[in-house]
Design a protein around this ligand. Structure first.
Ligand SMILES: Cc1ncc(COP(=O)(O)O)c(C=O)c1O
Length: 309
């Protein structure tokens, strides 16, 4: 097939059934492989959509080399860098200094300027530094994914309808998703709640954080619990949170590669660890019908090779 640009390839990601990975009869597990997006993560969806929304509002003008500024763990940054390369913008990204060096190398390919924030200052060190840079450079346009409605909106408009299309007459009993900006759990969760009233929307957070109580600790699961409750997160659709450790997430990341060749990253491993905790709760319970659990793969194991010994 012939497409006019890489941006036309965003979305329509496949879903893989991974029930065998857990091997518990009566419970079926599925993973939506956002790794198949251009740039390899779900964050190109909001990355592109925030730019298009800013263009519609007249804040950004194509092919002007206007500067886009964004705090990011790397994935939104990559989405923005790809879209900006195609549409003619300059990009400055603020990234915590303990985040994936491989992602930073990829970003440098696009010629974007990377400024590292001091991660020891807290989970939102990049957000705070980006604010300072914005004040010094008022002409920069900060898309601000944690506050930008175009972030959850693209998941309402694309990711969620893709799920409804692929599941057709299958029910979804649990949707398990990590929370960074809350963009995808909000957009997907709102739509699933309308379609499947029984669905439980389960947020995943690093052990020690209590997002619903605005409590955060420093942690190593990149992309999750960024130290503030993001404005775009719709807390009302979250039924419960499951806590996972870095070690559990890493072990699941490795197991997912060795057993199923899923090649997914650390926060996707966190999702799998959370799913296995749901299994523990369901163990021994009489199930009158099959349970369907859907979770997400966000990015690739190849971005986390530095974590493997
Ligand atoms: C690797 C990774 N996992 C999970 C998330 C969480 O996604 P969301 O921002 O939609 O909450 C992010 C967000 O940047 C991410 O980069």
């Amino acid at each position: 097939m012939i497409y006019p640009s890489m941006l036309e390839l965003v979305g329509n990601t496949p879903v893989i059934e991974i029930s065998k990975f857990f091997g518990v009869p009566g419970i079926r597990v599925y993973m939506k492989m956002e790794t198949f997006n251009p740039g390899g993560s779900h964050k190109i969806r909001p990355g592109t959509n925030m730019i298009l929304a800013a263009e519609r509002e007249g804040i950004l003008k194509r092919n002007t080399e206007q500067t886009i500024l964004e705090p990011t763990g790397g994935n939104t940054g990559l989405g923005i860098a790809m879209t900006a390369a195609i549409l003619g913008y300059r990009v400055v990204l603020v990234i915590p200094d303990n985040y994936s060096p491989d992602k930073q190398k990829k970003l440098k390919l696009f010629g974007v300027e990377i400024i590292l924030s001091d991660s020891s200052r807290g989970g939102n060190s990049h957000g705070e530094l980006a604010m300072e840079i914005q004040l010094e450079n008022p002409d920069y346009v900060m898309l601000n994914q944690g506050q930008n409605p175009a972030n959850p909106e693209i998941h309402r408009q694309t990711t969620a309808p893709e799920i409804l299309r692929d599941f057709r007459d299958l029910s979804i009993d649990y949707f398990v998703g990590g929370i960074g900006t809350g963009g995808h759990i909000t957009g997907i969760g709102e739509v699933l709640k309308q379609e499947y009233p029984q669905v439980q929307i389960v947020g995943v957070q690093p052990y020690g954080c209590d997002l619903l109580d605005n409590k955060f600790v420093l942690h190593q699961i990149q992309g999750l619990a960024v130290g503030v409750i993001p404005k775009v997160l719709n807390l009302e659709i979250i039924d419960r949170m499951i806590d996972v450790t870095y070690e559990e997430s890493l072990a699941m990341m490795v197991a997912a590669t060795r057993q199923e060749a899923l090649l997914v990253g650390l926060s996707s491993g966190a999702n799998l660890a959370a799913v296995s905790k749901i299994f523990e709760e369901l163990r021994g319970k009489q199930l009158d019908k099959p349970i369907h659990i859907l979770t997400m793969a966000y990015d690739s194991v190849f971005d986390y090779l530095d974590l493997l010994k």
